[in-house]
Design a protein around this ligand. Sequence first.
Ligand SMILES: Cc1ncc(COP(=O)(O)O)c(C=O)c1O
Length: 425
Amino acid sequence: MKKYAEMTKAELQAELEQVKTRYAELKALGQNLNMARGKPSKQQLDMNGPMMDILRSDSDYMCDGIDARNYGNLEGLPACRKLFAELLDVKPEQIFVGGSASLQLMYDTIAKAYTHGRVMGPKPWAKLDKVKWLCPAPGYDRHFGISESFGMEMIPVPMTPEGPDMDLVEELARDPEVKGMWCVPKYSNPDGIIYSAETIRRIASLQHAAPDFLLMWDNAYCVHEFDGDYVPFPDILKECEKYGNADMVFEFASTSKITFPGAGISVFACSENNMAYMKKLLHAQIISYDKVNQLRHVRYLKDKAGVLALMKRHAEILGPKFRCVLDNLEREIAPLGIASWQKPKGGYFVSVNTMPGIAKATWKLCKEAGLTMTGAGATFPYGKDPQDSNMRVAPSLPPIGQLEQAMEIYCASMKLAALEKLLAE
Ligand SMILES: Cc1ncc(COP(=O)(O)O)c(C=O)c1O
C-alpha cells in the first residue's frame, strides 16, 4: 500500500470509492460505541466488588485507636496516609487524604490560592489583574477546564517525548504573571509519556519570577502500568526541596482507577508549610472526610505490594484493549502515513496525531457512524488545537469485541477525512 501523500489523484479517487463503501457498511450497522472517556470497564469494577464486603455493621471500625465512623482526623486515617506515602514515596505526614476525587482537591487548591493566597504570599490571586498558567498540550481537558473557570490565561506548552518543552517553560516562568503549571508526569494524559529524569530535574529547579508559583503535579497514573512491571518514579517533593522549591509543588493522586472512580479516595502531598496552611483553611470547610471509605481501602489494598498486585489484574484486562487499538492503527493507518501515535505502557489513553486539518472531520465521521470519541481539540487549552490533529483514544470502557468494531469505524473515518482533504487540495 502506498502512502496517501505519494498517490496520484486517480489513485486517491479509487481509494476514496473503496473507503466510502466500507464506511457506509459500517455506518449501516447502526452501532452505539464509545471511546471517549478513560473509564474503567465493568469487568474492572466487578473485580473490586469484594472491597464492598470488607465493612459490615458488625465490623471493627477501629484503626490505630481511631473510630473511622466518627468526626476527627481532618488529614485522614494514619493508615491511609501511610499507604499513599508508600505509593508516592513521600512521608506519611506529607499526605492529606481527601474525598472521592483528586480533581476536587486540585480545584480547591487553586480556589484557595484565589481566595486566600498561597502560603508564600504575596496576595490572593483574585486581587490580581491577570493570572497566566502553563498548560503542556496535548493535556487533560479537565485541568484546562479548571483554569478556564478561574479565568486564567492559558499558555500552551508543546509536549516532547521527554515531557513539556522545558526551554519554553523556563523562559515563560520568568514572567511574574505566570503563576503555575499543570503536569501529568507519569503516563501523561493523553500522550502516555513518562517525564524524563532531566525534565523532572528542570521542573523541580525551576526559577520562577512569581514567588507563589504553583506546580500542580497530577500523578493520576502513578501505578497504572498495563504493559510490563511497575516503573519507579522520583518523588517530586524531595526533588523540589533539593532546589529550594519545597513550597512550590502539590502532588495529587487517587484510587479512581485502582478501585472505583467517583467512589474511591484522593490525596494531595505537599511540604510541611503547605500542609499546615491547607489544614488551617480546610478546617473551616470540613470536619473530616469519609474515613469509612479510607478504612475500606486500607483493609482491601493493604500496602504498595497489594496495590501493585491489583494493578497487574487491571493490566490483564486493559493490556489486550490497548494492543487492539495499537494493532489496528499499525495495520490500517501506519502504511498510509496519515497519522502517528504514542505507544504507551501505562495510563488510560492512546494519543493519535493525524495529518493536520482532519481531526475534527474524523471525529464527525465517527459520530455519524455511531462512535463517540473525545472531542477533537479537547486536549488543548480552550479546545483549540492549532493543527486540528490530536485525538485521544480511550479504549478502557468497551468490551474487546466492541473495541474491534470501534477501531474499524475510527480507521475508516480517518481514511475518509484524509482522502477528502487531499482531494480538495
Ligand atoms: C490526569 C488525570 N487526573 C485526574 C483525573 C481524575 O481523577 P479523580 O477521579 O481522582 O478526580 C483523571 C481522569 O481521567 C486524569 O486523567
